[in-house]
Design a protein around this ligand. Structure first.
Ligand code: APR
Length: 316
């Protein structure tokens, strides 16, 4: 008789982001992981390697690799990282068609084998892919969400900490909007141990940090030359998984479905969300300046452009 009642987590895509998310989930003991990919041997090899790391890294949760979606049956949480990463010079929108077809296909499988799961999408272009996933899955919108704000906020936290020479743990930030150049980092909600960052840094330095945050993904792509960031994206997805699986009721920026909040409806975009057992339990509306609201609406137009692109491709 097995006493192992850990939740089942399916990581779809066993590439850089997916395998790293699997590693973090295992190391945090969040659940038993099923790593899935279309490439034969890849998820099996990585899952075995992760299993063999277990005795040293001290986890008792399990990891299996598969090419068969039937193995995700009963998963309570699915993290989708399958798709192509950005190459140098490529925008996230260039990825639209290829990743759109991949996400639609995967969501058909999730719908069939894990109809009760909460689904976190990581694949880019993020906000548009979450919309497509929700439509394909037909799940309640709160059970389908996207990982971007956690990543963008973490990048901004790191940059503020580096600039001030303080612990990253002391820095809180909030980055809203689409995951791309039009994201909306909010200095008025950025604090260092509760002290507004505007009291600690000049407007010029804050502007430089905002610009670096917006270009955060691109900076890594240029350095790596092939492939895109994966440690921080996987960390962001695992953070959301933790909040959901442990019903932590944490407020984190996530791509959530908007139903009139911030004056926007009918699209997914990054906003602060209360995360708990049932996924997005609430979208929190912050007070924004007219400039911030305009930036958020500009961001929304970018997402709507992507949605239009998917419609033209017959995917949405
Ligand atoms: N089903 C399952 N896996 C798939 C499918 C599919 N239909 N199509 C592609 N994959 C797998 C690939 O075989 C590959 O192993 O997805 C994996 C993607 O891994 P990487 O190429 O290493 O890409 P990664 O860096 O992990 O990024 C994945 O996350 O952050 C985003 O922009 C990034 O959209 C990209 C995604």
């Amino acid at each position: 008789m097995s006493l192992n009642v850990a939740p089942k987590i399916a990581c779809i895509g066993a590439g850089n982001v997916g395998a790293t998310a699997a590693q973090y989930c295992l190391e945090m003991g969040l659940g038993n992981v099923v790593l899935t990919d279309i490439v034969e041997g890849l998820p099996q090899g990585k899952a075995l390697d992760l299993t063999e790391a277990g005795p040293i890294r001290n986890y008792s949760v399990t990891c299996m690799g598969t090419n068969d979606y039937a193995d995700i049956a009963g998963a309570g949480l699915v993290i989708v990282t399958a798709g192509l990463p950005r190459k140098p010079g490529m925008t996230r929108l260039d990825l639209l068609e290829k990743n759109g077809r991949i996400i639609a296909g995967i969501c058909e499988q999730i719908k069939q084998y894990a109809p009760e799961a909460i689904v976190i999408i990581v694949t880019n272009p993020l906000d548009v892919m979450v919309h497509l996933a929700c439509k394909t899955l037909g799940f309640p919108s709160g059970k389908v969400l996207g990982m971007a704000g956690c990543l963008d906020s973490a990048r901004m936290r790191a940059f503020v900490a580096m600039e001030l020479g303080v612990s990253m743990k002391n820095v809180d930030t909030m980055v809203l909007g689409s995951h791309g150049d039009a994201m909306v980092p909010l200095p008025q909600y950025t604090t260092v141990s509760g002290i507004p960052v505007t009291q600690l840094l000049s407007a010029e330095r804050i502007a430089a940090i905002i610009a670096r945050t917006r270009d955060g993904g691109g900076e890594i792509v240029r350095l790596l030359k092939s492939g895109s960031a994966f440690y921080a994206p996987a960390a962001g997805a695992t953070r959301m998984a933790q909040a959901i699986l442990r019903d932590e009721r944490q407020v984190l920026p996530c791509a959530a479905y908007l139903n009139g909040e911030y004056g926007l409806s009918g699209l997914y975009m990054g906003v602060p969300c209360l995360l708990g057992r049932s996924g997005v339990e609430k979208v929190i509306e912050l007070k924004l300046t007219p400039e911030e609201t305009a930036a958020l609406h500009h961001s929304a137009r970018e997402v709507q452009e992507g949605m239009k692109g998917l419609e033209e491709l017959g995917l949405l």
